[in-house]
Design a protein around this ligand. Structure first.
Ligand code: CMC
Length: 388
């Protein structure tokens, strides 16, 4: 083991070659399969991006239609699974429930758990994409004590998720037609991000030849932590706390600099100038929340917090900038999502990426079980005292 290099957090270790996502952290560039997220944000839909990320090319109109139809046909969950979801703790964190539910898909659909059979992996891909929004919406409905709403196969992917979550009146709210478009854009911006913690987890679990459901469930669990996807929830809790406690922004930043707390939604392993997703999301937030007469209170607070941090050398010296999670929460709250559902939205967005990486790995000529080494720093050989 003297030959191995210690690299905590894999900051400098590439564990695979990939064709899915390109990131230039210094220049703030993010591309899926060669297409910039700025272009996709303007011209695409989440379903088209999901297809692109998973299958490698933009779909022809006929292919997109077929993909979309398959997802509609598979959106239902088995009645027994519904009963299982209904029996889980209603106040439990939706990410815990979501991961458990996805894990059980392997038990409900044993005809799609063999990674060596391409048709099975494809079937599982469709089932995961089709059912994740149905499961997520049911978890939400249970948490507020409301009846589930079955998928409606006349609706598009995102519209259907919104309707299963909020019912028919979602579009009557403050956001109106912008609601669906905004959710779609947020999902596009989350679709993949190369070897982030959850995707690396999906690959690691999949590298043992575990099935795709088990691997994605593991990804959901990795995403739940506040250093990763759970940051979107943590940002909103931080903003609420700053507002409710009356602690000033300067005072809060002093606590961050004293390492008592982290500034949630700031910092990134790869982006050292700006996070291009955060730029897009801030633009969306301004569009929705920067209303002339009645600007959103938390959005205004977030803007001030960002400006104060970026004016402070602690943050600039360490190249800490707002990441994808900084402005999402204020948008999700305006849409009516409870704070603990924010990371579930991230999971729905990231699913195409997880699936694409799992599938790419199966065809990688260098495919090998993930098995890092360690540097042992424990005690030398000791004699067990029972042997005299
Ligand atoms: N607030 C205060 N200081 C920070 C922060 C922060 N959010 N992030 C990093 N630092 C400091 C850190 O203390 C260290 O300082 P020093 O060199 O003096 O010890 C320096 O910046 C480098 O930090 P690091 O911990 O080595 O950075 P990392 O690449 O290991 O961690 C990170 C990346 C995202 C986990 C971290 O920046 C963080 O905890 N951010 C807050 C949580 C968050 O917003 N996560 C979302 C990440 S983006 C999308 C996603 O995955 O969901």
């Amino acid at each position: 083991t003297g030959m191995t290099t210690l690299d905590p957090g894999f900051g400098n270790t590439a564990s695979c070659s990939s064709k899915i996502t390109y990131i230039d952290g210094a220049a703030g560039i993010l591309r899926y399969r060669g297409y910039s997220i700025e272009d996709l944000a303007v011209g695409s839909t989440f379903l088209e991006v999901a297809y692109l990320v998973i299958y490698g090319e933009l779909p022809e109109p006929g292919q997109l239609k077929e993909f979309s139809e398959k997802l509609r046909e598979n959106a239902d969950i088995p009645a027994e699974m519904g009963a299982f979801l209904d029996a889980m703790p209603r106040n439990g964190h939706p990410m815990a429930l979501l991961a458990s539910a996805v894990n059980t898909l392997a038990a409900y659909y044993e005809d799609s758990v063999d990674p060596s059979d391409e048709a099975q992996v494809e079937l599982a891909t469709i089932r995961l994409m089709a059912k994740l929004p149905t499961i997520a919406a049911r978890i939400y409905r249970n948490s507020i004590g409301e009846q589930p709403i079955a998928p409606d196969d006349s609706l598009g992917y995102v519209e259907n998720f919104i309707r299963m979550t909020f019912g028919d009146n979602a579009a009557d709210g403050e956001l109106g037609d912008l609601f669906g478009k905004a959710v779609d854009l947020l999902l596009i911006l989350h679709a993949d991000h190369e070897l982030n913690c959850s995707t690396a987890t999906v690959r690691t679990v999949g590298s043992s030849q575990a099935d795709i459901y088990a691997s994605v469930a593991a990804g959901i669990n990795a995403l739940s932590g506040p250093s990763h996807g759970g940051a979107n929830q943590a940002v909103l809790e931080m903003l609420d706390e700053i507002r409710d406690s009356g602690v000033g922004i300067e005072e809060f930043l002093e606590r961050v600099k004293a390492r008592e707390v982290r500034l949630m939604g700031f910092g990134h392993r790869v982006y050292k100038n700006f996070d291009p997703r955060s730029k897009e999301i801030k633009g969306l937030a301004s569009q929705i929340l920067d209303r002339d007469e009645n600007p959103d209170e938390l959005f205004t607070l977030a803007l001030k917090l960002e400006a104060a941090a970026l004016a402070d050398s602690y943050f600039t010296e360490r190249k800490l900038y707002p990441n994808v999670d900084f402005y999402t929460g204020v948008i999700y709250r305006t849409m009516g999502f409870p704070t603990n559902m924010f990371t579930v939205l991230f999971a729905i967005g990231r699913l195409p990426g997880w699936v694409a990486h799992y599938r790419e790995q199966l065809h990688d000529p260098a495919f090998r079980i993930a098995r890092p080494r360690q540097h042992y720093i424990g005690s030398e050989e000791r004699r067990y005292p029972g042997l005299s």
